[in-house]
Structure formats: C-alpha cells, structure tokens
Ligand binder design. Structure first.
Ligand SMILES: Nc1ncnc2c1ncn2[C@@H]1O[C@H](COP(=O)(O)OP(=O)(O)OP(=O)(O)O)[C@@H](O)[C@H]1O
Ligand SMILES: [Mg+2]
Length: 254
C-alpha cells in the first residue's frame, strides 16, 4: 500500500486537486483508494457531497465508486497507524493524505508515516518562494530524524500550468517565449526533485467537485448523446493522472 501526503506552506496551491486527480487515476487503474482529509476546511471531505449535489442535467450521474473512501484522520498518530493497517488489510492499494497549508506538526507526522511527500507548485513567480520554503521544510524534517530511520521520498509536482509554461518545458525553443521571471522560476522548480509530469490548467480539474472521480464521469458522458466531447476532455485529464501515477510509482520504488 502506498501512502502519499500532499503538503504546501501556501494555501490554494493545488493540494486538494492533486489528491482528487491521483485518486481518479488510481481508481481508473483498478486500485482501491482511501483519501484522508487533514485540512480544517474539509474541502476533500466534502468531495462526495458536492458530487452528489451537482446537477448533471442530461447526463445520468454514476454511483460514487465503491473503491473510493474518504476519511478524517484520527486525533493521534497511533490511531492513524492502526487505521492505516486496517485499510491495508481490507485491500486498499493507495492512501492519499491532504493537509492544510503551513508547516504544522500534524502535517509532519503524516509525512513521516508516508512513502512519498508531494509538494504541488504553480510555476509562477509569486508562488516560487513558498514552494522553496516547503522543500526546505522537508529538508529540515529529514535532518531532524534519527539516522537510518525511514524518510519518505519528496517530490515537487508542477501544478496548474498554463499552455505557455507547458510549451516552455516541453518544446525546443519554447523557453524563450516565456517572460524571464517565469523562465527562472520554471528552471528553479525543474532543478528540484520533481515528478516528470506537468498538470495543466484545466476546467475539468477546476470542477472536480462537480465531476467526482473522473473515470465514472468520462464513462457517463460517453454514454450520453452529445457527451462525447466532454468525455474526451475528461479522459485527457485521466491521462495526466496516469502519468502522475507512473511518476509516483517510480518515486516510491527508489
Ligand atoms: N490544474 C488545475 N486547473 C485548474 N484549476 C486548478 C488546478 N489546480 C488547482 N486549481 C484551482 O485552484 C484553486 C486551489 O486549488 P486547491 O483547492 O486544490 O488548492 P489547495 O492547496 O488544496 O488549497 P487549500 O490550501 O485552500 O486547501 C481551486 O479553485 C482549484 O480548482
Ligand atoms: Mg485543499
């Protein structure tokens, strides 16, 4: 069972969206997933409610996938460990813990019992400082534990990137089209340990509360006359999630 904690010192950086995207891709790959909402504002905890309440009009809304559970973390680390053991016993393959922004000790506890810590980062100048701070925070945490003790892999995830950024990162000569400040930030981020995937800015990802887990949403749209384009748009984001999963598998196995 893989345990992933998503952290950032800055709010609104795409933590919850990352958790939902990873969960969607993992479910689509046939894995059983449990999400923990470690944020006080419980945005992730309400994912199922917002999906159930969303008015899908012409498209028949699918059932919430039985293989996806969302829980609140218990009060103590010991209780969480017991809960995680239980999840593993009942066949859960992947656990994702979403956290609140900031360098809190409860978030550090989540990190220490994880296989991977993900730091979502928008590749923009205004947010770079906070990404850097999050990486340093994890360095400090690593330095604070006893030698030989297990520490998770830590990876930055480039999140919510506009088309220009994606061009710059992936296309020969694309970098020169970016303003210098954005070039510098992108280069800085790509020099950190990062997953080899860029999550694009996407309306589908912005509306994950509405769509729910993406696999069932794509299938439901594909079954509806006139829903094919939406199904394709959703499927493209599942593809991004699939790359993300591949990166996670690689990071965790090292
Ligand atoms: N790839 C993306 N495409 C479009 N919108 C995105 C993307 N990633 C994040 N967003 C939007 O940015 C906002 C913040 O994202 P999100 O809620 O995932 O961040 P967060 O780090 O969990 O925030 P908080 O610190 O408040 O918990 C949301 O409105 C979300 O829909
Ligand atoms: Mg959040």
């Amino acid at each position: 069972m893989q345990v992933i904690t998503i952290v950032q010192t800055k709010g609104g950086s795409g933590k919850t969206t990352s958790a939902m995207l990873i969960a969607s891709a993992a479910l689509d790959a046939g894995r059983r997933v449990t999400l923990f909402d470690g944020d006080v504002n419980a945005q992730l905890g309400r994912w199922r409610d917002s999906f159930e309440l969303a008015a899908w009009d012409a498209v028949k809304k699918p059932a919430w996938p039985e293989a996806l559970t969302i829980l609140s973390p218990p009060e103590t680390v010991d209780d969480l460990l017991v809960l995680l053991e239980g999840e593993e016993r009942r066949g859960v393959d992947m656990v994702v813990i979403d956290t609140r922004p900031g360098t809190h000790t409860d978030t550090e506890d989540f990190c220490l019992l994880s296989d991977l810590v993900l730091i979502p980062a928008r590749p923009v100048f205004a947010e770079w400082e906070m990404t850097h701070r999050a990486v340093l925070w994890m360095d400090d945490l690593r330095a604070s534990i006893a030698e030989g003790e297990r520490f998770p892999a830590v990876r930055v995830l480039v999140m919510d990137a506009g088309a220009k950024i994606i061009d710059a990162a992936t296309r020969e000569g694309g970098m020169s089209l970016l303003p210098k400040r954005d070039q510098d930030v992108l280069m800085e981020i790509l020099q950190l340990d990062h997953l080899d995937v860029i999550v694009p800015h996407s309306k589908i990802l912005e509306q994950l509360g509405f769509h729910g887990p993406l696999g069932p949403a794509a299938a439901a749209n594909a079954r509806t006359p006139g829903g094919r384009l939406m199904a394709e748009a959703i499927t493209r984001q599942i593809e991004v999630g699939r790359l993300l999963l591949a990166g996670i598998d690689e990071a965790v196995s090292v």
